[in-house]
Ligand binder design. Structure first.
Ligand SMILES: Nc1ncnc2c1ncn2[C@@H]1O[C@H](COP(=O)(O)OP(=O)(O)OP(=O)(O)O)[C@@H](O)[C@H]1O
Ligand SMILES: [Mg+2]
Length: 267
């Protein structure tokens, strides 16, 4: 696998001009660093510029101020060195799972044998052996999302960008896939940047949580997660303290739940 990516986001600003509307500051002066092999989450309310930032890092949009550097070099355009996974799996319905994953290698200068072998390895990595010839409609939501993760990793990127990849899944599948994602991150040694609305998910998975806020989109705090490496105990005091700190940085008031009154017990 490639060297895990070292990413520097330096004073990045991005605005959108839509005819007939005021210019919108989607991102103002955002800076953070991601060490090689780190797991960083971006959390914040809707519209704070999380997807905008990922689009810039993946190289889909070059029209911004500031610098985004990978190993010290400015990112220019998309590349196999950066994979991305979206909230919806985006697998093409007329292609099998292995063909869908293979699409990510269309521009790779690899032999057909190396492509086939790498596709097989990544299907195994996400636990989908036996489903190589299955079409997307034959997969559950969780399985399709595993397929999307395999597609994001098959080009052996230095960085995997994940834009709410588990957002559309039910709570149980989501927790299971968080554990899977952590295992995959360890095995692959790839740098991961995850966008999520779910503060628990961010604390469970990350070394660092970057907290953002909207109007204008900006980074308000970077919080190091100093809990023992996973699987982390989601009900520990340390976990709860970090959750409170993150929610406060997001401007959320943490609800105080008074202890429920005891119910009278029938004799
Ligand atoms: N192509 C575009 N043209 C104009 N405005 C855009 C464009 N893309 C995003 N925006 C605006 O930029 C702001 C940030 O959008 P972005 O999609 O980055 O937010 P987000 O944090 O990912 O939100 P969500 O959690 O809802 O996905 C929003 O106000 C959005 O309307
Ligand atoms: Mg988004």
């Amino acid at each position: 696998m490639a060297e895990p990516g070292r990413l520097e986001v330096k004073a990045v600003s991005k605005s959108y001009s839509v005819p007939g509307r005021a210019r919108l500051d989607a991102l103002v002066n955002a800076s953070f660093d991601v060490a090689p092999g780190a797991f960083v989450s971006l959390v914040g309310p809707s519209g704070c510029g999380k997807s905008t930032l990922l689009r810039l890092i993946v190289g889909l949009d070059k029209d911004y101020e500031g610098d985004i550097l990978l190993h010290g070099e400015r990112i220019a355009g998309t590349s196999l060195t950066r994979g991305i996974v979206f909230q919806d799996h985006r697998l093409l319905p007329w292609l099998t799972l292995e063909q869908n994953i293979g699409l990510a290698l269309a521009n790779a200068d690899w032999s057909p044998e190396r492509k086939a072998q790498t596709i097989r390895e990544h299907i195994a990595l996400v636990g989908l052996q036996g489903f190589e010839k299955a079409y997307p409609h034959e997969l559950s939501g969780g399985m399709a999302q595993r397929g999307a993760i395999a597609r994001g990793l098959v080009g052996q990127p230095e960085i995997l960008l994940l834009d709410e990849p588990l957002g559309a899944l039910d709570a149980l599948t989501r927790v299971r896939l968080q554990e899977e994602l952590q295992r995959i991150w360890r095995v692959e040694g790839v740098t991961m940047i995850l966008v999520t609305h779910d503060v628990d998910e961010a604390i469970f998975l990350s070394d660092t949580v970057v907290v953002m806020n909207a109007n204008p989109g900006r980074i308000v705090k970077q919080i190091r997660v100093d809990l023992p490496p996973g699987p982390r105990d989601r009900v520990s005091t340390g976990f709860a303290a970090l959750k409170r700190e993150i929610l406060e940085a997001m401007g959320e008031t943490v609800a105080q739940h008074p202890a429920a009154p005891a119910l009278p017990v029938e004799a």
